[in-house]
Design a protein around this ligand. Structure first.
Ligand SMILES: C[S@@+](CC[C@H](N)C(=O)[O-])C[C@H]1O[C@@H](n2cnc3c(N)ncnc32)[C@H](O)[C@@H]1O
Length: 366
């Protein structure tokens, strides 16, 4: 039995309800009108369909806010948080010929693993409350912190609710070093909220077809099938059940899906997670959504979605790829994408500078 403790853990839990209450009315709906005007209005939470909502802000605040409305309502969470890499991730922006760099997001912790883990713990604690009875969470990490986070997850979700540690083997990119083997995988930890979850079966093509004994189910037991002469029968099998090692490349700048956002994940990786852990109309949430890979894949797979990111560049890109998708796809009525934020002076200034409607190109070819 795991029982973790640290300073401030109790304070966070003791103040949780107070914070949830305080954030109930803190977010506003930002609507962009055709003439580049912005309309900032109160959110009608009672009338909300909880779909296509993009939150720009610190996800802890958003999670406090959502706790007022979405307790046990979210079916699938995928998060791809900073990995404790000690790096700042830059983005290059081309604003109509004027090229400049900025920090897209920050992953520097001064080697302070405690503050990193406390940051994640708070989010995971609230996310667990938002997950439905059959809900699943996929947490994307790598060697920097996955072992520490696994212990926190065992504590929060229970060792019995651990499902898989998926290895994403991205064979086309690795960090070489003289004193270690090239690092060429990330880890995606999967937990359920309860035992009432289900994983959809996914079959993937085999590299080479194999010859397999034909089997039949007799009263619940699999037996070898025999022909009328009593001989076992073979068949050629071209696919196999998806296991927990996924060979998918890192997205390359040459891809048409490339947005230029640092650490953007491959759409096939996220598509697989959504197909595995949710069904039509399920509510999918990504609280560190970056360039919106989860949101666009959820949209394509007809799931409902909520996305959150603190970076204005992430929100710019996610919003743009979704709006472009609505325009390009033959959907009868252009869906409404709602942008919510808890507007402080800095965000108001960014909104007033018309940032989200500027023509920015971030697709730097490395
Ligand atoms: C690894 S990236 C996610 C990349 C994303 N999966 C994609 O495919 O583009 C992590 C994201 O978490 C966001 N982030 C970090 N701390 C956050 C916080 N406290 N609240 C909201 N977003 C945060 C960063 O801005 C960054 O976009």
């Amino acid at each position: 039995m795991i029982n973790l403790n640290w300073e401030n853990k109790k304070d966070f839990i003791d103040n949780l309800n107070l914070n949830i209450d305080q954030f109930r009315n803190k977010f506003q709906n930002i609507t962009f009108l055709l003439n580049n005007e912005k309309k900032i209005s109160k959110i009608d939470n009672n009338n909300s369909s909880w779909n296509r909502k993009l939150f720009w802000g610190n996800n802890l605040e958003v999670l406090y806010y959502l706790s007022n409305f979405l307790k046990e309502k979210v079916d699938l969470v995928y998060i791809d948080p900073p990995f404790f890499s000690g790096t700042n991730y830059n983005i290059q922006i081309n604003e109509q010929g004027d090229i400049y760099k900025d920090i897209a997001y920050n992953d520097k912790w001064n080697k302070d693993i405690e503050s990193y883990l406390q940051m994640l713990y708070k989010r995971l604690f609230i996310i667990k409350n938002l997950l439905s009875d059959k809900g699943l969470i996929f947490i994307h990490l790598d060697w920097h912190a996955n072992h520490y986070v696994k212990i926190i997850l065992d504590d929060l979700f229970g060792v019995d609710n651990f499902i898989n540690s998926i290895v994403w083997y991205y064979y086309n990119k690795y960090s070489a070093g003289k004193k270690h083997l090239p690092k060429a995988h990330d880890d995606i930890l999967v937990y359920s909220k309860t035992k009432h979850y289900s994983l959809n079966e996914i079959r993937i093509p085999r590299e080479k077809p194999i010859k397999q004994l034909k089997r039949i189910n007799i009263n619940g037991t699999l037996k070898n099938f025999k022909d009328k002469n009593g001989k076992v029968v073979y068949r050629m099998v071209n696919d196999k059940k998806l296991d927990d090692v996924w060979k998918i490349p890192c997205l390359q700048p040459a891809s048409k899906h490339w947005t230029g956002y640092p650490t953007q994940k491959h759409h096939r990786l996220i598509e697989r997670i959504i197909k595995l852990g949710s069904d039509d109309e399920s509510l999918v949430a990504d609280f560190f959504c970056g360039s919106g890979t989860t949101l666009i894949e959820a949209e394509k797979l007809k799931r409902r979605w909520i996305g959150v990111d603190v970076s204005k560049y992430a929100i710019y890109i996610a919003r743009k790829i979704l709006l472009d998708y609505y325009t390009e796809s033959k959907i009868d009525k252009h869906p409404i994408l709602e942008l919510y934020a808890n507007l402080d002076d800095e965000k108001k200034e960014i909104i007033n500078s018309n940032f989200f409607n500027k023509k920015l190109d971030m697709k730097r070819k490395n």
